[in-house]
Design a protein around this ligand. Structure first.
Ligand SMILES: *[C@@H]1O[C@H](CO)[C@@H](O)[C@H](O)[C@H]1NC(C)=O
Ligand SMILES: *[C@@H]1O[C@H](CO)[C@@H](O)[C@H](O)[C@H]1NC(C)=O
Ligand SMILES: *[C@@H]1O[C@H](CO)[C@@H](O)[C@H](O)[C@H]1NC(C)=O
Ligand SMILES: *[C@@H]1O[C@H](CO)[C@@H](O)[C@H](O)[C@H]1NC(C)=O
Ligand SMILES: CC(=O)N[C@H]1CO[C@H](CO)[C@@H](O)[C@@H]1O
Length: 420
């Protein structure tokens, strides 16, 4: 594109009020809420469950500026890690059947700037490389993960560590890190990570381990092991974190307190974090005392850090209800593994295990083909185009920007799922 063209586009977006503040999707919150995804690119159809090649998920995310839609549902077994390019929107909510599970050697979102990732499961497993994470981000900016299910990391399960700016993980399951490490993950960045309404479950340690600039609200943490639940820094580096309205529930593997390894370098605004430590089968915890003794010697601050928080902050008990009902890839449906994890939490202390081999759990599989027809192949099914005044014979209308600021295909993707 010519320089003048570029200038015109830049001026135009400056003139549209709030254009730069468009949310990744309705319900996007926190530091990563303005990720752009593939809005200015094109749609890519995943048409098979192959590890590589035309129509595969690996091929779909190998080039930037794409909105990735799925014509198939089922398990994609991958042998080597998949590195995601920048400006990718992975729209798992388009998959038929029980949705998409990527099973194998893990994912890297390093430098996958402006990615949007929704409604998809990433499970690594014992076949993955020792010492590698299920999901890794080592650098990059502006990413949002929503209704993702991450499990079975060999090192960490979902880990951010490095020069990483403006990331949100919301409504996501991070669970069952594999023994011997068995970790939820590091959340270490000086440039903004938001963690809202997630479920950390069945990891020995690091649920998560936090360092830097972090906003941790309305999460549920269940059955951590001897390494601890929220690891507060354990570091000489400075941390500035909100820790608000989360619920920590001990399970059969939990043998230490909810907060561990804080020190004076960890500056935390803490409020109404509940702890249920009695394993008695009912949810009957109470708020932790707002004293260093309850928060492992961190430096407790009286004022909330001014980070972009959740639209609707829930009480910790309400967060448990919400998270159990809707966390993870729950559209088109929750699979057996996630159902099993949620059932463990509902035992409120009596069930849960740390595993070293995922086949102790059951892997959801099966292939389903979509029945929807997309004549022009633009990523929007004919029926939706017909019902919304688009042309099912015109492949160019999907990427046209609508009056809402979203591309027409995003309006379709947003319509599939609730906005929060
Ligand atoms: C997907 O893999 C199958 C089995 O190996 C193969 O027959 C098929 O051609 C592949 N599809 C594409 C589009 O490469
Ligand atoms: C677990 O089972 C899956 C599906 O049968 C298989 O592909 C995988 O190799 C198994 N993993 C291990 C660690 O045995
Ligand atoms: C991603 O964002 C970071 C931080 O803004 C920047 O340094 C990096 O060059 C970007 N990467 C790409 C691939 O654009
Ligand atoms: C991260 O977000 C902040 C606040 O919106 C913004 O000022 C900053 O430029 C963003 N960082 C990057 C690397 O995009
Ligand atoms: C599912 C899983 O691997 N959970 C593990 C989490 O960590 C604990 C503590 O090591 C293990 O006992 C669990 O098996």
């Amino acid at each position: 594109m010519g320089f003048l063209n570029f200038l015109a586009t830049a001026c135009l977006s400056a003139l549209i009020p709030g254009a730069s503040a468009l949310l990744a999707f309705p319900g996007a919150e926190g530091f990563g809420r303005n990720a752009v995804g593939g809005r200015t690119g094109s749609a890519y159809h995943v048409t098979n469950l192959n590890d590589s090649g035309t129509g595969s998920f690996r091929d779909a995310v190998s080039a930037s500026n794409r909105i990735v839609v799925f014509d198939v549902g089922g398990t994609i077994q991958i042998k080597t890690r998949i590195a995601v390019s920048k400006n990718i929107y992975i729209a798992g909510q388009t998959a038929p059947g029980d949705g998409i599970t990527v099973y194998g050697n893990g994912m890297s979102f390093s430098n996958a700037n402006d990615s949007i990732v929704r409604y998809i499961r990433f499970r690594m497993g014992k076949g993955g490389d020792s010492g590698k994470d299920g999901i890794t981000i080592a650098e990059g900016s502006n990413m949002i993960f929503d209704h993702v299910s991450a499990a079975w990391g060999r090192d960490e399960t979902f880990s951010i560590n490095g020069e990483v700016h403006n990331v949100t993980i919301q409504n996501t399951i991070i669970g069952q890190g594999l023994e011997t490490h068995s970790c939820g993950g590091l959340m270490q960045s000086d440039y903004g990570i938001s963690l809202f309404r997630n479920l950390y479950i069945d990891n020995k340690t690091r649920n998560p381990k936090v360092k830097g600039m972090n906003d941790f609200q309305n999460n549920v943490i269940y059955n951590w092991g001897g390494g601890g639940a929220y690891i507060a820094g354990d570091s000489a580096g400075q941390s500035y974190a909100n820790v608000v309205n989360n619920y920590f529930i001990s399970g059969p593997s939990s043998s230490v307190a909810a907060f561990t390894r804080g020190n004076a370098n960890f500056h935390g605004y803490v409020s109404e974090n509940y702890y249920d430590s009695n394993h008695d089968g009912t949810l009957n915890g109470s708020p932790l005392c707002v004293q260093t003794s309850c928060y492992s010697e961190m430096d407790i601050k009286q004022t909330r850090f001014d980070y972009p928080g959740p639209e609707k902050l829930m009480s910790a008990p309400d967060a448990v209800t919400y998270v159990l009902n809707s966390v993870g890839t729950n559209f088109p449906a929750r699979d057996a593994v996630d159902d099993g994890l949620v059932a463990e939490v509902r035992s409120f202390g009596t069930k849960g295990e740390l595993i070293s081999d995922e086949n102790a759990s059951s892997v959801a599989s099966g292939v389903s083909k979509t029945a929807v027809t997309d004549t022009d192949g633009d990523g929007i099914p004919d029926a939706w185009e017909d019902a919304h005044g688009l042309d099912s014979g015109d492949a160019t209308d999907a990427m046209k920007i609508s009056s809402s600021g979203y591309a027409n295909i995003e309006v379709y993707l947003n319509s599939l799922v609730p906005s929060s």
